[in-house]
Design a protein around this ligand. Structure first.
Ligand code: G6P
Length: 369
């Protein structure tokens, strides 16, 4: 067993460290570097197919659902086409409006999740164009859908998803670019700049992994807290949800992810000295808005843990409460912010002595509705 874990204490930690490679493998399978092109042959959707699409539905469960939420930001901005996001367990009960001009994309690590399968079935019955982003070759969703983008994360054993998630974010980035080119919204030069960002991503992930120790002081300080709040805005809002989910899943600490702007409409009532608040601070137009969240938390005695893209800003708080994130394209920042949140959850869970790879009551793949 130790050999399978390649010297790591848990599969989860091994899989967190495999993320640079998972990203490389996922983009190598689709990017032709010589020709500067994105090729998604298994997706089975050419320029003509793309031209008929008026709306995209992204559907998944659990962590894969958070990837869908990020995908909405990416695809709507790259392609200027409306994107709806649904939970697999909700989709078919809301009477979704689907037709031949709808592209329905399900996202799943296992390709076997029952609720996601049911959503895909709904799409097939209503005549939508159905595709899948899946990690497991030949799984049910692949067999049902008319085409696939594979994430090349390799087998994921830890119940809490890590490398499959960041590989999904990369697959969605590739899908957005492919669709934007096919619909004439992106030219070669713009595409090559986007591809360059992707080429630089694995090294940035490795940089963060090499700095894991920087999080251990935070893990020790906060391991006995009862609740955590995670705040993000824009494309990092889903990452706040994912950070909170990781902590709940493996440490059994109650954690809530929230859109930072909504803090004043509820969670602010919970903030006191006992409450760590993890804030995700992306450079750009939303930075100052996040800073005002930080000030509101501090004014109520709350403890801020800040992940900050780029340079440290003195207004955020003492260095021991900060973790710096390398700068990247706004569409890839979600990958970089995810990694330290996985590490923080992992370190806290290990300190609390939980069964990290097989948390109580959870299953790797939920094949019943
Ligand atoms: C279970 C797993 C999660 C996963 C979710 C969706 O709840 O514990 O880690 O995100 O299923 O799984 P899928 O295989 O469809 O991505």
């Amino acid at each position: 067993i130790m050999a399978e874990k390649a010297g790591y204490k848990h599969f989860m930690l091994k899989e967190i460290h495999e993320q640079s490679q998972a990203i490389i493998d996922t983009f190598r399978s689709a990017v032709d570097l010589n020709r500067g092109e994105i090729r998604l042959d298994d997706l089975n959707l050419d320029g003509k197919g793309v031209a008929g699409i008026r709306k995209i539905c992204l559907i998944a469960c659990g962590t894969s659902y958070h990837a869908c939420m990020v995908g909405k930001y990416m695809i709507e901005n790259m392609c200027r086409i409306p994107v709806e996001v649904d939970l697999g367990s909700e989709f078919r009960y809301r009477g979704p409006l689907l037709g031949q001009d709808t592209l329905l994309v399900v996202i799943s690590q296992s390709g076997e999740t029952a609720d996601t399968r049911a959503a895909l079935q709904e799409g097939l019955e209503k005549g939508a164009v159905c595709r899948a982003i899946v990690n497991v070759v030949g799984s049910s969703l692949v067999r049902m859908a008319g085409g696939v983008i594979y994430t090349h994360a390799g087998p994921e054993i830890g119940v809490a998803s890590t490398k499959a998630f960041t590989a999904q974010l990369v697959a969605l980035y590739l899908f957005g670019l492919y669709f934007a080119v096919a619909s004439g919204r992106l030219d070669r030069q713009e595409l090559s700049a986007y591809i360059q960002e992707l080429i630089e991503l694995p090294r940035k992930v490795s940089d963060i992994l090499a700095r894991s120790e920087e999080l251990s002081g935070l893990a020790r300080r906060f391991m006995n807290c009862r609740d955590f709040l995670y705040l993000g805005r824009g494309i990092l809002y889903p990452i706040a949800l994912e950070g909170a989910l990781k902590l709940k899943e493996i440490s059994y600490i109650h954690a809530e992810g929230y859109a930072a702007g909504e803090m004043k409409h509820g969670p602010i009532a919970l903030i006191d000295e006992q409450m760590p608040v993890v804030v995700l601070m992306q450079k750009g137009p939303l930075f100052e808005k996040m800073l005002s969240n930080v000030q509101e938390v501090k004014a109520r005695g709350g403890q801020v843990i800040a992940l900050v893209e780029g340079k440290a800003d003195e207004r955020i708080g003492p260095p021991e409460n900060r973790f710096l994130i390398p700068e990247s394209s706004p569409w890839l920042a979600p990958v970089l912010f995810t990694v330290p949140l996985q590490l923080l959850a992992y370190q806290i869970a290990v300190l609390r002595g939980t069964d990290v790879d097989q948390p109580r009551n959870l299953a790797k793949s939920v094949t019943v509705e």
